[in-house]
Ligand binder design. Structure first.
Ligand SMILES: NC(=O)c1ccc[n+]([C@@H]2O[C@H](COP(=O)([O-])OP(=O)(O)OC[C@H]3O[C@@H](n4cnc5c(N)ncnc54)[C@H](O)[C@@H]3O)[C@@H](O)[C@H]2O)c1
Length: 316
């Protein structure tokens, strides 16, 4: 039995990871400021330290006695990064450095959330890890910065790391009321309530929607793969889904006729984005991700159950 720290463990992805670790018999400590996460997302048995991941003394305290750290705390919103560039940078890059710095005394392994946002707009699909990173948002730039600092942590301070570039993650506990929620939780929330959905532009823009269960498997495997070479892997399905196709799939999962409206396209929106999962498949031993339709049924069932917290039984 090991003890793991999860920063951001009260959030969408972190709480599914906490459940998976507890289920396999490990102990979990969470550091979270509850800015977007919720206590209700944690199962009893998780110790919660409430506070800021960019506070070095608190992170050092949180790291005491642990066997490894999963670093997921971040302001996971491109829009907020646009508005509060410096404030989000303090958390999104400063928080990562605080974690890596605290890990170096005991040379603890750190698995951290990067993002497909590091790629920006790419001409060649599917996007492989070898593509040149060209972020278009401060959020993406801070994730890329986190990867660079992870490299320094390995080379200069002996801290093993593994970075995971998540594409569009979806699943139960993603809050559909948040304006920063992913398109899936927004569509599911509205269609399950019998409301229309609005697509920005023609809806032919594609994304790679990966179920949170696959993301948790990648995080657990990432802890085994963490090394001083600071490897970085895509976490994606390799399957492009257009937003229009998604709207129809959500309607089918909700058992309703789709009521789709079109609004003006978003300036600068990336047209195509889907990843190549081959390297993660090979190095992390990840199997097939949960199919979109099955994952959507989970989300709708969770919403119809009243969006319960960690005891929702929806972790795959
Ligand atoms: N959901 C996605 O599609 C996606 C895609 C790519 C990358 N990611 C990354 O995965 C990680 C988890 O994302 P999520 O979707 O679960 O988001 P989330 O907002 O549900 O979780 C983030 C958690 O971090 C906490 N947090 C935020 N700022 C903090 C701070 N200063 N100190 C301590 N805790 C803080 C929040 O309260 C929340 O519990 C993030 O690093 C995010 O950037 C997510």
């Amino acid at each position: 039995m090991a003890l793991f720290l999860i920063t951001g463990g009260c959030g969408f992805i972190g709480s599914h990871l906490a459940t998976a670790l507890l289920r396999r018999g490990d102990q979990v400590r969470v550091l979270d400021d509850l800015s977007t996460g919720s206590r209700a997302n944690l199962l009893p048995g998780c110790a919660l330290l409430e506070g800021d991941v960019a506070d070095p003394a608190l992170v050092r305290q949180a790291m005491e006695g642990v066997d490894g750290c999963f670093h997921l705390a971040a302001i996971a919103s491109v829009e907020l990064g646009m508005r509060d560039w410096l404030g989000t940078h303090r958390v999104n890059l400063g928080g990562t450095i605080a974690v890596l710095d605290a890990a170096r005394a005991a040379k603890l392994p750190v698995v951290y959330a990067s993002s497909a946002a590091v790629y920006g707009d790419q001409a060649v699909m599917p996007i492989a890890e070898s593509a040149a990173a060209r972020p278009l948002s401060s959020y993406g730039a801070d994730k890329l910065g986190s990867e660079q600092h992870a490299r320094v942590a390995g080379a200069a301070h002996g801290v093993p790391t593994c970075g995971l570039r998540f594409f569009n993650v979806f699943g139960p506990r993603q809050d559909p009321r948040s304006p920063y929620s992913g398109v899936i939780s927004i569509f599911c929330g509205r269609m399950a309530a019998g409301q229309p959905v609005t697509i920005h532009g023609d809806g032919r823009q594609t994304r790679d929607f990966v179920h949170v269960g696959q993301v948790v498997r990648a995080l657990l495997a990432g802890m085994e793969a963490a090394s001083l070479e600071a490897p970085v892997f895509n976490v994606c399905t390799g399957r492009p889904t257009s937003v229009l196709e998604l709207a129809h799939a959500v309607a089918a999962a909700c058992g309703v006729a789709p009521d789709i409206r079109h609004g003006p396209g978003r300036e600068g929106e990336i047209r195509e984005s889907y990843g190549n999962p081959a390297l993660a498949g090979e190095r992390l031993g990840l199997g097939e991700a949960v199919a979109l339709e099955d994952g959507l049924r989970d989300v709708v069932a969770w919403l119809r159950a009243g969006s319960p917290g960690a005891a929702d039984g929806f972790s795959r």
